[in-house]
Design a protein around this ligand. Sequence first.
Ligand code: SAM
Length: 194
Amino acid sequence: MSAPYRTSGTAPQEQARWRRRTLGALSGTVLDVGAGSGTSGRFLAPGAEWLALEPAPSARLVRAVEARPRSRLLQSVAEELPLTDGDVDAAVCSTALCSVADPDGALAEILRVLRPGGRLVFFEHVAAPAGSGARLFQGLAAPFTRRFDRGCDPRRDTASAIRRAGFSRVDLRALRTAGVFGGLAPVIEGEAIR
Ligand SMILES: C[S@@+](CC[C@H](N)C(=O)[O-])C[C@H]1O[C@@H](n2cnc3c(N)ncnc32)[C@H](O)[C@@H]1O
């Protein structure tokens, strides 16, 4: 991985930019892992089929799925996808691998359901370098975010998890977004091809 690119934006601003740049280009059947309130679904091309996977769907997500043609809600976890091998053309992980209980298990399942040549696109916040102030902050925040922010663990090494998952190609860019108290919050974005 090359040196992290420092941005002037916050992680949510960079995530919004990433959604605009990336999601509209996906076609076919698109699995949205940990769909949350359904934000990513709004950025997909109208012709794409949106499979919104969420273990605990909110009323907002249910409404978003009902309102969009070519959409399906999958109430399940990423570690046990209710799909057969090669079922999907693309998968989206948008701040989702921080929240799943088992990132390696989730990535194995995503790889299984992607068709050969299919792509996972991702935007994830990740662990800050060991010993940094940002890492100390992540460690202090983790017990609270794990409990109160849908399982989110800010200390994950998601780049390594994606690299060892068995994709044929991984293109990954590391960003340092503007974090709390003037710190730099590390984020990765990119794609992995089955
Ligand atoms: C930080 S939110 C991100 C939501 C959405 N992807 C977005 O970009 O706004 C993480 C989501 O992952 C979901 N989640 C937690 N554990 C999961 C699991 N094991 N499998 C799939 N999704 C999970 C949470 O319920 C939550 O909706």
